[in-house]
Design a protein around this ligand. Sequence first.
Ligand code: ADP
Ligand code: TRP
Length: 336
Amino acid sequence: MSDNKKVVLTGIKPTGEPHLGNYFGAIKPALELVKDYQARYFIADYHALNGLKDPQLMREYTLSIAAAWLACGLDPAEVIFYRQSQVPEIFELTTFLMAFTAKGLMNRAHAYKAAVDENERGGQNPDHQINMGLFTYPVLMAADILLFDTQLVPVGQDQKQHVEMAADIAQAVNHCYNQSLFVIPQTYIQTEQALVIGLDGRKMSKSYGNIIPLFAPAKQLKKLVNSIVTNSQGVEEKKDPDTCSVFTLYKLFASAQQQGELAREYRAGGMGWGHAKAQLFDVMENALAPLRSKYEELMAKPDEIYQLLDEGRAKIHKIAREKMQILREVVGLAHV
Ligand code: ADP
Ligand code: TRP
């Protein structure tokens, strides 16, 4: 790993089972970047704490997200792989960045606004169940990113605004001290996979209860595929692949040739939804079965996962300490 390479960084919250949206939106693009960048991938566990207060589940999901990364091909020799909560400098930098973050910027964050809107729709006080962790979520995320001089952040479309806020905050600090203390980060979004849809055609998300878990056993996977919502066209009718959830998911797994063939069957008529779903299940099972068996092996050995994360902590901590020392000196919090 050469030090001249630019830094790519991303995090996933341990808030549930990893799903296809996480895989195509974050994990897969991030792993493709490893060869050309210095990669830092982590479990965003303090971000998860805002909404997850069950310690047992926190531990389970932490292991599960870590095992997902490893099963999908993360090599800890190439990637610094760690838990956010184990890097105290991230929280120091969060406090530092608070002083440069306009409250108005936080008011505009989509996740916070969505929570306020929902309260208002439900006739609740706008602040109902909104903690300061949710309100200041983008500042912690900016600290995650800026502490490591990150150039590129592979995430799904929904996280674009957060990365733009990190860039805004970085610029405010750079401007204040008239030097490039922080690298300005950019998102890396693969348009094809920017938004993976779920069983009901909306964005696949844990909060919508429409996910296809990445490691669902074959039987459950088949059941979920069969439950994908389609329109009520009969077998004989000609169908449009471009407006169909089954085909949209098929495109993520099938070769160009397979896509061409199934699209022809759609357009010709005489094809029922059962057939399209069976084709989808086949390509999914083919791609996911090997990942699933690796995941199951890893989940059976949690101590090995914790050990890997501890090794990652040691590596990342050194980088974090050095950067934070520079920042303290620049703002006058340390002797020079
Ligand atoms: P969820 O919406 O299920 O809670 P997370 O917020 O934990 O998912 O997302 C973790 C990562 O996966 C983020 O980079 C996010 O952008 C990406 N991601 C989540 N859902 C999707 C999706 N449906 N399509 C593309 N990327 C997604
Ligand atoms: N907010 C991201 C999500 O909900 C998770 C995250 C936290 C993250 N810190 C990050 C992603 C830093 C990229 C970079 O999915």
